[in-house]
Design a protein around this ligand. Structure first.
Ligand code: GLU
Length: 303
């Protein structure tokens, strides 16, 4: 639910950690059709923020695959590796306004002292009152509060979270000097004027942190729609297998059809003869309202 008066602007923001896999294709299809059926723009952002996790050539490979599948994005591709100065400025602003503080804790110290949350150990607040004597700053963290942050997800319905209780003060610049996803995504969504975010529900627990950062930085908040994440019959995330299930660049139609079925869209009665025919049909028949409001959903390749 959004009352954003700005014209619709969506985006797809893959991380180049491997070839485009089925889960990413699902996010690309849904974000693309949600934008295009509402006369919106659809922008492409390559989230190459974390060089140690990147696979050389993956960014180009993902873009080539999307092109071969018939996706058309608006404007040039934005690369997060070229946006460091913007992240630095935002982090500086948060530090100067005391929304962020320097933290000396190592991962091990936090694991030993913190409680375990759904997203990893909950930061126990050790450095919140100031760096302990004799300790050097490692990372930069956001000071959270106990209040609940809620939003209405267009697919999943109401979501509520106390960041302080469930995540704790979170990192925006890591000990290795790299800016964290949470900061970069918020800075770039605002800079690109994104009004609608459609992405996998594996990120739904990140959204309250992103809404909080938007409020601290004075940015408008986009609307959110989180898609079910692909799991196997036992309910386990397919991420590993999904990565080993790259979509075949030479056979776009079966993969697009599978993504449609996964998203509970009625498939075309007759097999489309070409990609153009598929997209034309898809634009006429797409209905975001049919996507099930579940955080996970099973998918059987070929089924
Ligand atoms: N880069 C993230 C990923 O590939 C997605 C970020 C987002 O959509 O906010 O999982």
């Amino acid at each position: 639910m959004t009352t954003d008066p700005r014209p619709y602007r969506g985006r797809f923001a893959p991380s180049p950690t491997g070839a485009l896999h089925f889960g990413s294709l699902v996010a690309a299809v849904a974000s693309y059709l949600d934008a295009r059926t509402r006369q919106g723009q659809w922008l492409m952002r390559m989230e190459d923020l974390d060089p140690p996790r990147e696979v050389p050539g993956a960014a180009d490979n993902i873009l080539r695959t999307l092109e071969a599948f018939g996706f058309e994005w608006d404007g040039p591709v934005v690369y997060q590796s070229q946006r460091q100065e913007a992240y630095r400025q935002a982090a500086q602003q948060l530090l100067e306004q005391a929304h962020a503080y320097e933290c000396a804790c190592s991962r091990r110290e936090i694991t030993l002292a913190g409680r375990m949350g759904e997203e990893g150990p909950i930061y126990p607040g050790t450095c919140r009152p100031g760096l302990p004597a004799g300790r050097q700053p490692r990372s930069l963290r956001i000071r959270t509060h106990a209040g609940v942050i809620g939003f209405h997800d267009r697919i999943q319905g109401p979501v509520r979270q106390s960041i302080e209780k469930e995540t704790g003060d979170f990192v925006i610049r890591r000990a290795d000097g790299l800016f964290a996803y949470q900061l970069a995504v918020v800075v770039d969504d605002a800079w690109q004027g994104i009004t609608h975010i459609v992405r996998g529900a594996d990120l739904i627990l990140s959204t309250p942190r992103q809404l909080y950062l938007q409020s601290l930085l004075g940015y408008p908040s986009p609307g959110y729609a989180h898609l079910p994440v692909v799991v196997d019959d036992a309910g386990n995330k397919l991420s590993k297998q999904a990565k080993s299930m790259p979509v075949d660049i030479r056979r776009p139609l079966p993969a697009l059809r599978a993504a449609f079925l996964f998203l509970h869209q009625a498939p075309p009665e007759e097999e489309p003869a070409s990609l153009d025919e598929f997209w034309q049909w898809a634009l006429e028949n797409w209905d975001t309202g049919r996507i099930p409001g579940r955080r996970t959903a099973p998918f059987r390749p070929g089924g």
